[in-house]
Design a protein around this ligand. Structure first.
Ligand SMILES: NC(=O)c1ccc[n+]([C@@H]2O[C@H](COP(=O)([O-])OP(=O)(O)OC[C@H]3O[C@@H](n4cnc5c(N)ncnc54)[C@H](OP(=O)(O)O)[C@@H]3O)[C@@H](O)[C@H]2O)c1
Length: 367
C-alpha cells in the first residue's frame, strides 16, 4: 500500500476512534449515589437532581440558602415556571449539552430557570434593586424557596398590578417569542406571520407579541386549542390534525417554527420570496436530532432567496423590561395551563415532557 493511503487510512481510523470515544463518554450516565450529609446553617427546601434521568431523579431536599455574590441578588421565590429546557437539563439530552452541564452527572444540582419573587438580599455592587423589590427573571434553580440571579442581564422589576405567577411564566418563553419575531424575524406592521406551535409556551406569547407589532397573525394548533389562540388575537388558525399550512394558498413574510414537523423546502412553498423563517424548536432524540432543524436551516440558507435563521434566545434585562411593559399595558398575558406545588415537581416536568401543555406550567413556591 502506498504511504499516502496508509496515512489516509490511519487518519480515518483515528477520527472514528475519537468520535466513538466522545460518543461513549457523552452518553455515559452515572447512577444516583446517596447524598453527602453535611451540617446546614440556613436551610431551605429545594428540588435537586444528582444524576441524569427521567422525572424520578428530581428530589425535594433541604440545602443551604445561597449567598449572593457582588453582582447577584437573592430572591425569595413566589412562583417558578417550567420550560422544555428543564427536562433537557434533567436528562442531559441531547448528550452534546453534557459538555456544558457535566459528563456522567450534572455539575449543578439545581434545576429550572424562570422565577418571580421578592428580593431578600443584594450583593455589594447591586444598585438597581433593593431588599423588598418584586422581581422576575432567570436564575439557577428556582424550584426552591430561594434563588440567586445575576442582575446584569437576567432580572427585571415585576410589572406592577401583575401577579407573581403571570410574571414567572414569562422569561424564557416570552423572551424567545420577542427575539424571534423582532430580531431574527424583523416583523413589521401589516406583515403576515405564521406561528407553528401557537398553543405552547412560546407560541401563546408569540401570537400576542406579533399582534402588538401590528402584524396579521396565523397560527397552527390542534382543534382543542384553536379557540384559546384565537382569543389571544390570531386572525386565522390551521388545525394541524385536519389540514396542513404548507398546502395553503397563503404566502407569509415570516414563519416562526416551534415544531419543525415540515421540511424546510415545504415551508418555502408558503414563504414569500423575501420572507424569513426562524427555527425555534422541534427535533427529537438524544444525539443530533434536536439540532437537525437548525443545521438544515443554516445549510439551506446558502441556496435560497429567503432568510432561514436558527436561533437561541438570550436573557437581557432590557427585553424583560419591554415584556413587563407590554404586560402592564394589557397587551400581553400569560396563559397558565396548570399549577403544581414544589412536591409535585415530577408531575410538572412530566406534563411538560408530554408536549401537550397549553401555554405555561407554574410551580407555586410560597403564597
Ligand atoms: N431556540 C430557543 O431559544 C428556544 C427557547 C424556548 C423554547 N425552545 C423550543 O421551542 C419548542 C417549543 O417550546 P414551548 O415552550 O412552546 O413548548 P411547549 O409549551 O411544550 O409546546 C407544547 C405545545 O405544542 C403544541 N404542538 C404539538 N405538536 C404540534 C404540531 N404538530 N403542530 C402545532 N402545535 C403542536 C401542543 O399542542 P397540542 O397538544 O394541541 O398538540 C402544545 O400546546 C421546544 O422544542 C423548545 O425546546 C427553543
Amino acid at each position: 500500500m502506498k504511504l499516502r493511503y496508509k496515512i489516509l487510512n490511519g487518519a480515518i481510523a483515528l477520527t472514528l476512534v475519537t468520535i466513538s470515544t466522545l460518543a461513549v463518554t457523552l452518553a455515559y450516565t452515572k447512577s444516583c449515589e446517596p447524598p453527602i450529609i453535611s451540617a446546614i446553617k440556613n436551610p431551605m427546601q429545594a428540588v435537586i437532581y444528582r444524576c441524569y434521568g427521567g422525572p424520578e431523579v428530581l428530589e425535594q431536599a433541604v440545602i443551604e440558602i445561597p449567598e449572593p455574590l457582588a453582582h447577584q441578588i437573592l430572591v425569595r421565590v413566589k412562583a417558578a415556571a417550567v420550560n422544555p429546557v428543564d427536562w433537557h437539563y434533567m436528562r442531559g439530552s441531547p448528550y452534546i449539552m453534557r459538555l456544558m452541564t457535566g459528563i456522567g452527572v450534572p455539575n449543578d444540582q439545581g434545576i429550572g430557570t424562570d422565577f418571580a419573587g421578592i428580593v431578600e438580599k443584594v450583593g455589594s455592587d447591586v444598585t438597581k434593586f433593593k431588599i423588598g423589590d418584586a422581581v422576575f427573571g432567570g436564575g439557577g434553580g428556582p424550584f426552591a424557596e430561594y434563588v440567586l440571579a445575576n442582575v446584569s442581564k437576567s432580572v427585571a422589576h415585576k410589572p406592577t398590578d401583575v401577579s407573581f405567577e403571570q410574571s414567572a411564566a414569562m422569561p424564557i418563553a416570552a423572551l424567545t417569542a420577542l427575539q424571534a419575531l423582532r430580531d431574527k424575524g424583523q416583523l413589521e406592521p401589516g406583515q403576515k406571520v405564521l406561528i407553528n406551535g401557537a398553543s405552547g409556551g412560546v407560541g401563546t406569547y408569540a401570537v400576542q407579541i406579533a399582534k402588538s407589532f401590528g402584524a396579521e397573525v396565523h397560527g397552527v394548533s390542534s382543534g382543542r386549542n384553536i379557540e384559546m389562540v384565537t382569543l389571544l388575537g390570531a386572525d386565522h388558525m390551521f388545525n394541524y390534525k385536519t389540514e396542513s399550512y404548507i398546502e395553503s394558498e397563503e404566502r407569509y413574510d415570516l414563519i416562526v417554527d416551534m415544531i419543525s414537523n415540515h421540511s424546510i423546502s415545504d415551508n418555502l412553498k408558503v414563504l414569500k420570496k423575501q420572507g424569513r423563517m426562524v427555527i425555534v424548536g422541534g427535533g427529537k432524540g438524544n444525539w443530533i436530532g434536536p439540532l437537525m432543524p437548525s443545521i438544515k436551516a443554516v445549510i439551506m440558507n446558502n441556496f435560497v432567496d429567503q432568510e432561514l435563521q436558527q436561533f437561541v434566545a438570550q436573557f437581557n434585562s432590557k427585553d424583560l423590561e419591554s415584556l413587563a411593559e407590554l404586560m402592564r399595558q394589557g397587551k400581553l398575558s400569560s396563559m397558565i395551563d396548570r399549577r403544581y406545588s414544589l412536591d409535585e415537581i415530577q408531575d410538572a416536568i412530566s406534563y411538560s415532557e408530554s408536549g401537550r401543555a397549553r401555554g405555561k406550567i407554574i410551580v407555586t413556591i410560597s403564597k
